[in-house]
Design a protein around this ligand. Structure first.
Ligand code: PGA
Length: 261
């Protein structure tokens, strides 16, 4: 696991946008794993700006989303499909027919979840998966207690997550759907490169638990320790509870020039 610590969020965004841009440039049919929430927004803005400057294209790419609420009407502005279109996909040249999100309106939700995993497999897997981390250590919407081998499935959100996400629902936690479909931790681990983004003091504890704590279903993001290619990009505040800060900085500052992110 590589931990990159930067002075502030703008540098986090620059680094992660660079990782995504390289995937877009180097692969014939790249598959991007997209996340919602606040953490990746600056990365999406960076990528949109690069697209507008003619520096990148996603015309040959596909994208799969990590998770989706269950129970919102399909035209609700806070579905994650609407979110990712509004914040990213509608501003670049990624064909909308190749944006894939869990089919939460399927009559047979379990079958739809299995189909989602199968679809990702048939696409050849995700090249780079962007990830945020919840205050409770969740990854995607895999809340504490999630099986580290889980597949895409229905989950029930914790009260803490519904409180956190109330900001998108007029600050009314009771309006936040109770259920979601999320890629499982086992599904997420199949992506070739996992990039976790976190900024600000509220992320210091979950980042420390995910990166340096025991691998445990009690901190679902700790499952990242089992993956061979993980980049954690954090600002100073989100890094403030890490014990090996000096070592991470030394490793990054002395990275051999041939070694990619
Ligand atoms: P945030 O959410 O990026 O809005 O902080 C992350 C998450 O809940 O996974």
């Amino acid at each position: 696991m590589e931990v990159v610590i930067t002075p502030h969020g703008a540098v986090v965004n620059e680094i992660v946008a660079g990782i995504v841009a390289r995937v877009l440039q180097s692969r014939a049919a790249p598959v991007l794993g997209l996340a919602t929430g606040n953490s990746p927004l600056g990365v999406y803005r960076q990528l949109i700006e690069r697209y507008q400057r003619g520096e990148l294209s996603a015309a040959h790419a596909s994208a799969v989303l990590l998770d989706e609420y269950v129970g919102l009407s399909p035209d609700h502005p806070e579905t994650y499909r609407a979110f990712i279109r509004r914040e990213f996909v509608d501003h670049i040249d990624l064909p909308i027919s190749r944006l894939f999100t869990p089919d939460v309106d399927a009559g047979d939700l379990s079958a739809a979840c299995r189909d989602y995993d199968q679809l990702i497999g048939e696409m050849g897997g995700v090249d780079v998966q962007l990830l945020g981390i919840g205050r409770d250590g969740h990854l995607g919407f895999n809340e504490p207690g999630s099986s580290l081998a889980s597949r895409t499935r229905l989950k029930t959100l914790t009260r803490a997550t519904r409180d956190d996400n109330a900001r998108y629902f007029d600050d009314r936690h009771e309006r936040v759907p109770r259920h979601v479909v999320t890629q499982g931790l086992g599904t997420i681990l199949e992506a070739r490169h996992l990039v976790l983004i976190a900024s600000g003091p509220a992320k210091a504890s979950p980042i420390a638990r995910a990166v340096e704590g025991p691998v445990s279903a009690m901190c679902p993001a700790s499952v990242l320790q089992l993956h061979p290619h993980v980049t954690v990009v954090v600002d100073d505040e989100a890094a403030s509870q890490l014990r090996l800060v000096d070592y991470y900085r030394e490793a990054y500052d002395n990275k051999p020039s041939w070694q990619d992110m």
